[in-house]
Each structure stands twice: as structure tokens, then as C-alpha cells.
Design a protein around this ligand. Sequence first.
Ligand SMILES: [Zn+2]
Ligand SMILES: [Zn+2]
Length: 280
Amino acid sequence: MEFMIYSKALFSTWIYYSPERVLFDVGEGLSTNMGNKVFAIENVFITHGHADHIAGLWGLINSRNNAMGDKAKPLNVYYPEKSEVIREYLSFILKVNGDLKYELNFHPLKLGEKVKIRDDGSLKRYVLPFPVRHIPSEPSYGYHIVETRRKLKSEFKGLSQNEIIDLVRKHGREYITVEIEKKILTISGDGMAIDEDEARGTDLLLHECTFLDVRDRKGEIHAALNEVVELIKKANVKNVILYHISSRYDRNAHRIVEKVKEELKDVKIDYVHPGRIWIK
Ligand SMILES: [Zn+2]
Ligand SMILES: [Zn+2]
């Protein structure tokens, strides 16, 4: 399992990415559905303070306290620093949970602030928040997971394996390689289509798509499918998961997404059906 996702617009959204033990948003029903897997979560990144994205946090914090599982690992919760709603909610949670048996840390996050989530020597990964357009009164973030890799410098590309080994022996690995950064995952959070530059170069884009038909939308708060398709084309993204779909499309979501797949033949498109747990 790489992903476990639940997402139904206005009701609940949570996205668990197991390779990094990271949870994006904590809508209601998270603990109930994840069961003992809640102990695997190390870092939680909240996109914004709307109830459908945070209502399950109290439950998560409690179930990690009361259920059987590893209490030695801390739980870190990151959120947009300017969100008053989240700050209030977290202080309430702390007030009513005075006897926590594990370490719980809350971190207000600034835009552009990197959070290291993996450091295995040559493989490093961090989470990076970016701004999205949702509701002006509620600061909203999208998140990238960025990987740092070392790549062979272009001037050494033509060399044989033995010549390369020789150079590494003489000068060290740093000498023949250059560090590159790669977005391996981009999550839009709630809002209109994200900036093209944020989406460009990502291995996998998870984009909200509340409206599968733009004519159903009133006000520019959530993205519609035609805009996400436009973004996919412009940013040349090849792997996409649509989520935060309105339950009004319960019956025809499949058919609509299939049509888009025909239009974007070279793109792998998946979607999280509103109201169903999605595991991949
Ligand atoms: Zn939402
Ligand atoms: Zn929202």
C-alpha cells in the first residue's frame, strides 16, 4: 500500500502516504478507518482550517493515546501559521488531553519552510508548503514532497563504469555528481487550480476537483475538472489523482473521468470516488 485516501468534498478528506508515514489533512473518520495504522503516522500536514480537513485530528490524537500501540514515537502536526481556526482548535485539544502518553508537537509552518521527513544519507526528502487560492479568510497551503538526489555531472556522462569508479576513488563522489531536487508528490489542498509552476516537474499530482462540471460551481473557491485538465496540459504532468470530488457526482464520476482519460491519452489519471476509501 502506498496511499490510503478518503475524500468527499465538504464532508471529510484525509490522505495517508505510507512510504513516508505522512498524513495530509485529518477529516473525520480517519481513526475509525485506519484503525491501528494510526500508530504508523509520524507527521501530519494540514492544508487549512476547514472542518472537513481537521475534524478528525482530535480523534487521531486520542486513539493514539488510548488504543494499543507504540507510544514511544512522537506525533508532529504542521499547519499554516496564520490559521486562527487551527490554533484555537489545537489549544482546545491540548486543554482537554492533559495526560498524553506520547510526545505531541504542533508546528506552525511558514510558506517556503522545509520540513525534513527523511535523511538516509544519499536519499533526502522534505515537505514544502506553497500558497493556494481558496478562501481569503482562511490561509491555505498545498504541499510538495521534494527529494534530493545526486546525479552524474554532464561532463562525465560518456565515461565507462571503470573510469567513473576511478574518479570516485581519486576525488570522491561529490566531485562527479551534482545535487538535484525532484518533486515526487504534489498535493493541491482546497482551492482553485494551483500555479503551473508548482505542478511542473512533479512525479504525481493530487489535485482537488470538487466540480466535475464547471457549470455546477458558484464562486471561485474550488477547482473544476476543465481547469485541472488545462493545468495538467500546461504543466506537462503525467500522473494525476483527482480528489475532493463532490458527492453530487456519485453516479457519474467514473464516466466523466473516463472521458478525460481519452482526451489525455499519455497521462495516467485516477480519482478518489467520493465516499469510498481508496487504497493503492
Ligand atoms: Zn474541503
Ligand atoms: Zn476548504
